[in-house]
Design a protein around this ligand. Sequence first.
Ligand code: ZN
Length: 347
Amino acid sequence: MPAPELCVAFACDTEDNHPNYVPGWNNCGSDYDKNPGTLNWSWSRYWRDLSECFKSQKVPVSWLIRVDNGPVLDQMLTLFRDKILELKSIGDEIGIHIHTFSWDPELSKWVQTTNPAYETKIVLNSLAMFRRNLGFDPVSVRMGWNTMSSEIMRTLDANGLLVDASAIPGTFSSGKFGKRDNIYDWSRTPTIPYHPSSNDYQSPGNMKILEMPLSTLTSNKSNKFADLVNRLSGKKVLIKLVPIARRLNLTPHRHFYITPWWSSSVYSRIIKAYSKKAIVDGMTFLVGYFHGCDILDPKTGKKNLIFEQYLSSIIEEISSLSGIDVTFATLSEIAKQYGTDASTHYS
Ligand SMILES: [Zn+2]
């Protein structure tokens, strides 16, 4: 009998430093309270160290490069073009990371738009900027703040994107930081990869693009309550439950988002859960993401050694799983692999 397979992908949201409205980033963050914004790229001086964490263990990274309709526009593409192409040349994947910001003149802030027509326009403009600056089309994507709409999904699909990894199954957010961003709904989404329906990005259907959800933990009591809250999504009772759920922090740290602020035990639990899943199913996918800028310690402005160690130890932990064939791949490689295995592993 062949050994169970675990196919692993790491995606990196590759953009400027976190905004200065994110706690801890008031000194080192980008300023999104003016137009044009003031972008801070200081993390990029450690980009090579970050890349080396993976390269030294022969693990490819899917670098998803930030493009938007403002405040970043094509600045990342022009400033770091050579670096991006160098990473592509060593076998990493270069995909796209699109934030759907819009300038609000009354608030004098860049805020997330939820207007589907404007979302579509932003996605189209961002794809065009990517192509114009790098000379090729992206095949993988994560949307900023994990956001998604059927309009965005249809636009990505129509433009040849093979895989999106924005989904965090079982979660929704009505906004963070004074509701200026982080508005998303993945409450009904399957935990396994699926081709979305063109009418409903959360349901399986016939689009060519593959939704590759981030790996999540799903089986403890608090998550069950969170799932209940999610199932009530759209009903009036939600309005009462959402603040309670938030207060109790019922959707905490349960997806594979590698950040210096979460305990390493979260990652071990996810890795264990997915290796068990591989043994039961014969094959499974483990997909995680992180922010490139977290290699910077925003308090000291120096390299965040803890984060570097986190990444290395997570890769080592996955590599040393016994009795399982581990393959590290890019998002599009995983999507292609999924295509060939779909008949046996998707039910
Ligand atoms: Zn982002």
